[in-house]
Design a protein around this ligand. Structure first.
Ligand SMILES: Cc1cc2nc3c(=O)[nH]c(=O)nc-3n(C[C@H](O)[C@H](O)[C@H](O)COP(=O)(O)O)c2cc1C
Length: 189
């Protein structure tokens, strides 16, 4: 085994597209890969100092989180390397269709199969450079075409991408290979 020292190489990281409105009600998006589950109804995101961070001070801290896909990858990366502070045409360049999310005052990008509507609950270690936000998931929206026969989101259909932090790549999620909390029962026999 080769050693690589202390690296925060969590495999894989989600590719979260955070949607917010600015003070004029103009939509913005940014990419966040440093995020995950916090509790039963909450997520956490490591939030730096961005146009999005300014927007999150408005609208009761409400935002959307869409899961990036192979189809939205180029624009998802673009919104992660260009700030609305520097490019007023940022969102127009993505080509994404935007409407207001039903339960929060934040934009819903219709090009993504699944989106969480969120509201900030707590900011941890807040400083000039950002904070860790804990947000309540108010609701989850899934495009009907990505539902399975049971009416649940079918992640296998979505071509979701993840961030691979070792080589800085996006990697597409593949096939379902087993049933969680279940396939291990084989060894109970
Ligand atoms: C793959 C990737 C992951 C990123 N993850 C984060 C993150 O977790 N937290 C963060 O604050 N910025 C992250 N960024 C950087 C922001 O997306 C970037 O600074 C963006 O341009 C901010 O846009 P805004 O200023 O218009 O809000 C990431 C960028 C990329 C490309």
């Amino acid at each position: 085994m080769k050693s690589f020292g202390s690296k925060p190489w969590m495999l894989p990281q989600p590719v979260l597209i955070i949607g917010t409105y600015n003070e004029n009600g103009v939509a913005n998006a940014m990419n966040a890969a440093w995020g995950g589950t916090w509790d039963m109804h909450e997520i956490i995101i490591s939030m730096g100092s961005h146009a999005t961070t300014e927007n999150l001070k408005l609208n009761n801290g409400e935002f959307t989180v869409a899961f990036a896909t192979a189809e939205t990858m180029l624009a998802s990366d673009f919104v992660g390397i260009v700030s609305a502070k520097n490019d007023p045409e940022k969102m127009a360049k993505t080509g994404w269709t935007t409407e207001k999310a039903p339960n929060v005052n934040a934009p819903l990008f219709k090009n993504f199969p699944m989106t969480m509507e969120c509201r900030i609950k707590q900011k941890i270690d807040e400083s000039e450079t950002g904070y860790y936000l804990v947000a309540e998931v108010v609701n989850v929206l899934c495009d009907e075409q990505y539902l399975n026969e049971q009416g649940n989101p079918d992640v296998e259909k979505m071509n979701i991408i993840a961030y691979e932090p070792v080589n800085h790549k996006y990697i597409q999620m593949g096939k379902i290979v087993g049933d969680a909390f279940s396939c291990g029962k084989e060894l109970m026999k």
